[in-house]
Design a protein around this ligand. Structure first.
Ligand SMILES: NC(=O)c1ccc[n+]([C@@H]2O[C@H](COP(=O)([O-])OP(=O)(O)OC[C@H]3O[C@@H](n4cnc5c(N)ncnc54)[C@H](OP(=O)(O)O)[C@@H]3O)[C@@H](O)[C@H]2O)c1
Length: 294
């Protein structure tokens, strides 16, 4: 960490740089700023923490489970010698979310936000608990929205920054899992595309990542162990994150690691863009007009 103006806001902060390892960080990787990763205590977020530190970023890692966060932080410090701050926060609680928003607004070292924290479900609508669905919207929709609203103006003010939003292939295949989960990820995809539209010219890079089934605790939380899925369709979290970062490096706005033919996405997206230009009519389409009385 290069700046600790937010220290007072941090619970369980363990901000420490492994000085021995720090000497081994090549100069070319130094000074890339701090990356904030939500949901960094396990799975995809923990791999992002490792990979972003390897790229020369200091880290602020956010999740509820402080013990697991500190384990990830220690591992990353040992491996890459970067500064790592742990922020224990429940992004479903307004006060905790506000603490993370304040960090994003006030720490000028932050250059990357990874909105990764989230959970899903596999139950159909009639068997789903409405309160659990609301919690899902809080974590998957409200939290990344508020964190983006905190980060984006700060990034614009500093002339640049990167926002990576972890969506899902269910953003497109909304029928595959629980419907609210699919809808929450469709929101993340749409928000990312509209952020790109508004912020690219201001130096802000945005990327939506759409993982397919990935071998993490996600599936246990959702109530279906990933071991019960066909192994040929479950990706390792390491492979998913490495592919997502390759997509970021390639300048992609939307990265879908398991999609084998990139042309499938570009064709789909071109059709969407073309369709979006065809709505400017004051009169309903003829098929909706009542037939003239005989
Ligand atoms: N695995 C898949 O197949 C898959 C596929 C597509 C998309 N995704 C998306 O990938 C993202 C990461 O999931 P994962 O697969 O890595 O699953 P995971 O291992 O269960 O990780 C989820 C992370 O989110 C954090 N989190 C959950 N609720 C939180 C809360 N209220 N406040 C703060 N942090 C919270 C968890 O930490 P704590 O429990 O410590 O809070 C954990 O670090 C999610 O957005 C998920 O929807 C996953």
């Amino acid at each position: 960490m290069t700046n600790n103006t937010h220290t007072a806001n941090i619970t369980n902060a363990t901000n420490a740089t492994n000085a021995t390892n720090a000497k081994n960080v090549p100069d070319a990787q130094a000074g890339r700023g701090t990356a904030v990763v939500t949901g960094a205590s396990s799975g995809i977020g923990a791999i992002y923490a490792d990979r972003l530190a390897a790229r020369g970023h200091d880290l602020i890692l956010v999740a509820r489970n402080g013990e697991r966060l500190r384990e990830v932080a220690d591992r990353v410090r040992r491996a890459h010698g970067r500064g790592v701050t742990v922020v224990q926060a429940d992004l479903g609680k307004r006060d905790d979310l506000a603490r993370v928003e304040a960090i994003l607004r006030t720490d000028p070292s932050i250059t990357v936000l990874v909105n990764n924290a989230g959970f899903g479900g596999v139950t159909p609508l009639l068997e789903s608990d409405a309160n659990r669905m609301e919690q899902m919207i809080d974590i998957n929709v409200t939290a990344p929205t508020r964190l983006t609203y905190a980060a984006a103006p700060a990034f614009v003010g500093r002339g640049g920054g990167t926002i990576i939003n972890i969506a899902s292939i269910v953003a497109i295949g909304v029928e595959i899992l629980n419907g609210v989960y699919g809808a929450s990820k469709a929101y993340v995809l749409a928000l990312t595309q509209s952020l790109h539209h508004e912020l690219a010219a201001k130096g802000i890079r945005v990327q939506a990542v759409l993982p397919g089934a990935t071998a993490t605790d996600f599936w246990d939380t959702a109530g279906l162990a990933h071991a019960s899925l066909p192994s040929g369709m479950v990706m390792r979290a390491e492979d998913m994150v490495d592919a997502a970062l390759a997509g970021l490096d390639a300048g992609e706005i939307v990265t879908i690691p398991p999609l084998q033919d990139a042309g499938d996405w570009t064709g789909y997206e071109a059709a969407r863009q073309a369709l979006s230009q065809r709505f400017g009519h004051a009169t309903p389409a003829p098929r909706y007009l009542a037939p003239a009385a005989a």
